[in-house]
Design a protein around this ligand. Structure first.
Ligand SMILES: C[S@@+](CC[C@H](N)C(=O)[O-])C[C@H]1O[C@@H](n2cnc3c(N)ncnc32)[C@H](O)[C@@H]1O
Length: 266
């Protein structure tokens, strides 16, 4: 089967998977950004990467609009896209009446947005599920203006870290007393596993794997930032089971720039 056709089926499966999860997505730990220390930590991370000035931001795979909320609170104008109409419905309801955000149904790998039209592109938990990462990065480079910034939040969801494996055992022990959490990720579910197995990053997305692809797409000024302050903030309000979950997977934050005409970051 040609590559395009294979990706079409895979994308349909991915879209269906997320659409099914849209109604309860915010109930699963790590998705909803809780007001308080967690929101502050996300805000600090985004402000640190994008700066203080209001920008025109393209948010990719916005899901239920949680990162959208952080971007709006920082004063940015946001175009937020997702390819799941069900996800967009939740996001649109959450941000109803806010004129600084527009939600669009689009494929993050081929946005169809005009060349050089954004100051920044932001995505959380999208890159691991891309079917054509090189194509996507080329598209993102194209729509960013010279000097524009790419900001990626992601992690290696394919396998827990060594500490994560211990944390997973502890989560199972806790669940023997409190019962199974029906909303948690399904990261281990059969459906999720079946999709993972067909993805380019199915073996796990790491910063080490992503950096060369970002470089090859033409980006410069590539910086890796720690996700630890966010996880630490989550632990301040989470219950025991969710505190343990912050230890499961290695996450990273990657920022990069489309070089400006003068070579630097604008
Ligand atoms: C793990 S969820 C993350 C949602 C949101 N970014 C967040 O962090 O709360 C993955 C999202 O990516 C979307 N998605 C996956 N592949 C996509 C693509 N090629 N184009 C647009 N959206 C995509 C799904 O519909 C889903 O909403």
């Amino acid at each position: 089967m040609p590559m395009d056709a294979r990706n079409h089926h895979l994308k349909e499966d991915i879209r269906e998977y997320w659409s099914k999860r849209s109604e309860t997505f915010d109930l699963a730990f790590g998705h909803r950004i809780q007001p308080g220390p967690e929101l502050d930590a996300w805000t600090a991370a985004i402000r640190g990467a994008l700066g203080e000035a209001p920008r025109r931001v393209l948010e990719l795979a916005c899901g239920t609009g949680e990162v959208t909320n952080v971007l709006l609170s920082l004063g940015h104008d946001v175009i937020a896209l997702d390819f799941s109409e069900a996800m967009l419905k939740v996001a649109r309801e959450k941000h109803a009446g806010n004129e600084r955000v527009r939600f669009i149904l689009a494929d993050a790998e081929r946005t169809m947005e005009p060349d050089e039209s954004y100051d920044a592109i932001v995505c959380r938990h999208l890159v691991w599920t891309l079917t054509e990462p090189e194509q996507a990065l080329a598209d993102w480079f194209r729509v960013l203006r010279p000097g524009g910034r790419l900001l990626v939040f992601d992690g290696n969801w394919a396998r827990p870290t060594p500490i994560g494996r211990l944390a997973l055992l502890a989560v199972s022990a806790v669940e023997r007393f409190v019962g199974h959490d029906p909303h948690y990720d399904g990261a281990m579910s059969e459906r999720h596993q079946a999709i993972m197995g067909r993805l380019p990053f199915g073996e796990g997305l790491t910063a080490e794997r992503l950096v060369p692809l970002v470089e090859a797409a033409g980006f410069g000024d590539i910086r890796l930032m720690s996700h630890r302050p966010i996880a630490a903030a989550q632990r301040r309000t989470a219950d025991l089971r969710n505190r343990l979950r912050t230890l499961l997977y290695r996450r990273f934050i990657l920022a990069a720039s489309r070089p400006s005409a003068t070579g630097g970051r604008a």
